[in-house]
Design a protein around this ligand. Sequence first.
Ligand code: ATP
Length: 294
Amino acid sequence: MELKARAKINLSLDVVGRRPDGYHLVRMVMQTVDVCDTLVLQKKDSAGISFACDAPGVPADSRNLAWKAAELLMQEFGVRDGVSILLKKRIPSAAGLAGGSADAACVLKGVNELFGFGLTEEELCRRAVKLGADVPYCIMGGTALSEGIGEVLTKLPPVPDCRILLAKPEDSVPTGQVYHDLDLLESYPHPDVNGQIRAIREGDLDGIVRTMGNVLELVTIPHHPAVTELIQIMERNGAEGARMSGSGPTVFGIFRREEDARIAYEELENSGLAKDVFLTRPYPVTDTMQEVYA
Ligand code: ATP
């Protein structure tokens, strides 16, 4: 079984409180993009999980979220056979793109199907939140509002046709540290998440871009000034708007025109500020978009 695990960006990201157990309460508009890892899952006769990953620096053992996802379901259902997992990484790691969460969501769905557990998407989401705040969303995919600690999901209509550029600086960012640093701030301005949801429902790309905001920029940017420079390069080269995704440091830019996105891509590649640059688009592609991209 070969599956694709797609990255996400945060069209907006707000932190609205903290639960007594320390988990942060969020309001985030999530969007899947067509940059993906590939997972190959196969049943095997011997018990346990065998795991291989082609990316140096990403753990290829029980610390990997994809491993943890398989373990969670196989233990619950007392599976005697085992599973082998091959993970081919393309999504940059610790980059604000939820690569690990996407892999975990993909394995939950894959193992559910491979062993015929018959769990619904909702039942998978209930288990997914134990692995990480973004994993339930990654099961759902598309455009969605994520609230609570990531377990309260509301599906939104797909965003209008656009091109999305991703630029990831050399550094990686540990998500936990960013949230910890945010707690040290007394107050901060909040993005207009409700306005963005309205704009999405109206299919208004200008409105979506105008309301983009990410409170985590406040703590990530001082340590990673390349984020601001990447935002500026995108905006100078025709992006409708550009922001940091998740806890960073990846920057995404929204473009109406493919030509502008291609020129910005070249600029970013030549800037020396980005280790990885991707020209992509929202996923899934809507019917009208398919006509455009055909
Ligand atoms: P988010 O946007 O959800 O905060 P992220 O993109 O910042 O996530 P990930 O790529 O998910 O971060 O990786 C975070 C850490 O998790 C990495 O440092 C890595 O060692 C570990 N990790 C565990 N499993 C995976 C995986 N399947 N892919 C990538 N990293 C993984």
